[in-house]
Each structure stands twice: as C-alpha cells, then as structure tokens.
Design a protein around this ligand. Structure first.
Ligand code: EPZ
Length: 434
C-alpha cells in the first residue's frame, strides 16, 4: 500500500491546473451506453474510479480507448450485455450509474447492489423508485438489482427528493433512462449539482430533449435514439476546493488554472469570510492567498448551491488552525466524520455532537502517522499534513488515488515536500467503496 510522507510548513506557491471532474465524468461515461455512435470525451481525469468505470463498460460491451491527447473514445460493440458484476461494483458505488442508461437503452439491467460505505448508509431506494415511475420493473435477488423495462413509459411526473435532499446519482440514473422513454417526463426535486448539469448537457449534445437544466424540475421529452458526440467534462470543483484549502492553510499563494469559480460560490465565499484572499481572473483562474490564521466559520453542508459535503473534511482541516471556534454540520451524510479522530491525533481540538463538530482552533497541528479512510477524509489529512509542523505519514493513499489525479505531483510543483512511498500493491477490492 502506498503512503505519503509530508514535511509540513511550506507555504504553497505557484500555478496548478485543475483536472476534469470525476463526479461528472462517471455518469457521463455511463451515459455513453445510450449512444448509437462513438463518443469522444475530453477532460476525463486519469483516476482509479474512472478506470473502474471503464472496466464496467467493457463488461457491458463498450470499448474505450484513451487517445494520445488524453480524450477517451467510447464505442458500443456488444449491446446484448447487461450485467455489472459484484467484483467491480463493490469497489465503487458510482457503478450504480450504469443502471439507468442500461435499462433505458437495452431494456434490462443487472447491477450488483452497492454495499455499505465508510461515509455512512447510502441507499439507492430513490433511484429505484424513480425508475419504477418510468415503468421499469425492479427486483432484487441474490445481491443484484434487476431492472426490466422494455418499452419505458414517460408521460408522468416523478419526485426524487429524499430525507437529505435530492439524490445526485439518482437524478443521473433517472434522467439517463427518461431521455429514451416515449412521452414527456417531469422530474421534480432533481439534483442541481454542476455534475448533473454537465450530464444533462451531454445528453442534449447526443440528441436528448431536456428543459430546465440546472433547476430542480427537469422536463424530458423522450426521443427515439441518441447519437454519439464530443464532450468536454467540467473542471473538478472539489479538487479545486481542496487545493484552495491547502493554499490557505499553508499561508501560500496559489493560482488555480481552468477552474469553474461559478460552480464554487459557497466554498469561495466561505474562504473570503474567513479572511483568505480569493481573486478571480480570466478563464477560470483563481488566485488563493492565505496569510495569518483565518477567522473561524460556521459550515453547513447542503445540496448545491449550498456548501458541498465533498469539501467538508478539507475545510475542517483548515478550521482546526483558525483563530477561534467553528462549527461544522453535515446535512448530507451525518456520519461523514471519519477524519475527526485522525485530525485529533495531529493535535486538533474537535468535539462531535451529533451531526456537528465543534472545532476549537489551535495555533498549529503537528505531524504524525495518520490513516486515510475515504477519499475526502484522506484529502483533508494531506491538507493538514502540508501545514503541520514536522513529518506526517498518510497511510493507504489508494483512497486519494480514486479521486485526485496525481495529487502529489501537483503539490510538489507548488513547492510542497511530499513523497509517495510505494508499498505492497493493494487489490482494488480491498478498498472500501465510497
Ligand atoms: C454523489 O453521491 C457523489 N458521488 C458523492 O461524492 C457526493 O458526496 C454526493 O453525491 C453528495 O453530493 C458521485 O457523484 C459519483 P446522493 P450520491 O444520492 O449520488 C441519501 C466523493 O467523495 N439517499 O446525492 O451517491 C444519501 O444517503 C463522493 O466524490 C437516499 O436516502 O449521493 C445521502 O444522505 C462521495 N436514497 C443523500 O441522499 C437514495 O436512493 C445524498 O446522496 C439516494 C441517496
């Protein structure tokens, strides 16, 4: 298993490119199952989760090639295959994104039920209810979800809201099935995340007819077929936010190139309120300058355009050294606090009260051995290690490799003293999904 060794305390400085968004690329790759011709996808990051999705697509008769310029071309070669096996699904929950496109295009899907997850319970009931409202028959047997829907019916109104707000991949699944359902389908309480918007625009580029993109009500007029297309995936707002936290926490001066600040209003506003300098430049450039200890803050995660749960851990790391007491409340995954105990090992003063963590800012964290446990918690530990005094060893960085493209190379270019030490290879299926 690889680990990072970080010598903290170096202010990050320089420019860094933001990669394409993993959480946009995954449902878009899955939706390429719908296309009658090849799709050329640009800006797809080279990540473990993306490679998993490509393996699932291969199982489903979709050939993919990474071109020299980095673009991925997908091409359906065997439309008869409908089974996404447990061995792959168990390593990545986002595998569920193939359910909607499969049943929408091929009339049948057999997808292994995604299991538990370190960030808390993650049911898929809303995905299934949404598909049922489109006339899909769902059965769960022997650990597999079987969806049958030859002749989907649109023409209805369906509601996708759940106890914690709309569902992101649930919206992706239902939308990807509805685009080929005859009639007009109205999806209420659709997720508004930029990644869902990107998927919807990709579907439109393939010939789908969707109104209301970006809002909570999507009106989908079913079409008979979708063609291949060319698409550029949006920049990763979570990677950009993570790098911004690292810049702020180390008192650095970092310019992020190719970000999408419009999709980052909540985290950027919060940084400004904390006293971090945030400057927007041309073409998505974002200059982040940290300085003295930041002001404390009240962070509440919410569906978009609220503050993203995927940046909660990284902001908590930053608030650990703020000048005062902060509150971090998790409203999407009330149990997503696995980083708390590791940050405490680094000297953070944290107290968890239900879905809220009270953060009492300390002057400095100190480096030690910490264990990465899920993607964003791992990112928070790296951010903390970059700012801490002394050496931080982050074990099990395969979690971070799932969602950050060559993170240590990007950080090294900004002056960070971070090294990857390669250990015994870990099988993908040893990783807990998230
Ligand atoms: C997506 O997960 C992201 N994954 C997650 O990113 C992200 O944390 C999450 O959205 C919230 O923004 C991808 O896009 C691949 P949800 P998703 O369905 O779609 C409950 C990362 O670090 N719910 O929007 O699985 C659910 O338990 C990852 O990159 C139901 O109750 O999340 C949660 O409390 C981790 N029933 C809330 O809704 C359902 O059927 C939102 O979940 C589905 C969800």
């Amino acid at each position: 298993m690889d680990r990072f060794e970080i010598e903290g305390g170096v202010p990050l400085a320089g420019t860094v490119n933001v990669s394409g968004a993993k959480n946009a690329a995954l449902p878009i790759l899955a939706a390429s199952l719908l296309a009658d011709g090849p799709c050329r996808l640009e800006g797809v990051p080279d990540l473990r989760d993306i490679r998993t999705m490509l393996r699932i697509l291969e199982e489903l008769g979709v050939e993919s090639t990474r071109e020299e310029d980095g673009a991925i071309t997908t091409r359906v070669v065997d439309p008869t295959r409908v089974r996404a096996p447990y061995e792959l699904v168990k390593t990545m929950r986002a595998s569920i994104c193939v359910l909607g496109p499969l049943v929408g295009r091929r009339g049948r899907a057999e997808v292994s039920f995604p299991g538990g997850c370190v960030i808390g319970p993650r049911p898929v009931d809303l995905h299934l209810l949404g598909l049922e409202a489109l006339g899909v028959e769902i059965t769960v047997d022997a650990g597999y979800i079987t969806a049958e829907g030859d002749g989907l019916r649109g023409g209805g109104e369906l509601y996708l809201g759940g106890p914690y707000g709309p569902t992101v991949t649930g919206t992706a699944n239902v939308l990807s099935a509805a685009v080929l359902a005859p009639g007009t389908t109205i999806i209420q309480s659709a997720a508004c995340e930029p990644e869902v918007v990107d998927l919807a625009r990709f579907l439109v580029a393939m010939g789908a007819r969707i109104e209301g993109i970006g809002g909570p009500t999507l009106v989908v007029h079913g079409v008979e077929r979708l063609h291949g297309t060319r698409w550029r995936v949006i920049p990763d707002r979570i990677e950009a936010g993570t790098l911004a936290c690292a810049a702020a926490m180390t008192g650095g001066d970092v310019t992020l190139l190719g970000a999408d600040p419009a999709a980052m209003t909540a985290p950027l506003t919060l940084l400004s309120r904390m006293g971090v300098s945030v400057e927007r430049g041309a073409e998505g450039a974002l200059r982040i300058r940290g300085g003295l200890r930041t002001r404390p803050a009240d962070v509440v995660t919410l569906p978009y355009p609220g503050f993203p749960t995927d940046l909660q851990a990284q902001f908590m790391a930053l608030l650990c050294v703020a000048n005062g007491n902060s509150f971090v409340t998790e409203k999407i995954y009330p149990e997503r606090f696995i980083h708390v105990a590791e940050l405490q090992r680094m000297g953070a003063h944290l107290r968890k009260e239900g879905p809220t963590v009270i953060v009492q800012g300390v002057e400095r964290l100190s480096g030690c051995h910490v264990m990465a446990s899920d993607l964003r918690a791992s990112a928070a530990l790296v951010v903390a290690g970059l700012a801490a005094s002394g050496r931080t060893t982050v074990e099990r960085v395969y979690h971070i490799d799932r969602g950050y493209e060559r993170i240590e190379e990007k950080l090294m270019r900004l002056g960070a003293r971070i090294e990857r030490h390669t250990g015994v290879a870990v099988e993908a299926d040893a990783a807990l999904p998230s």
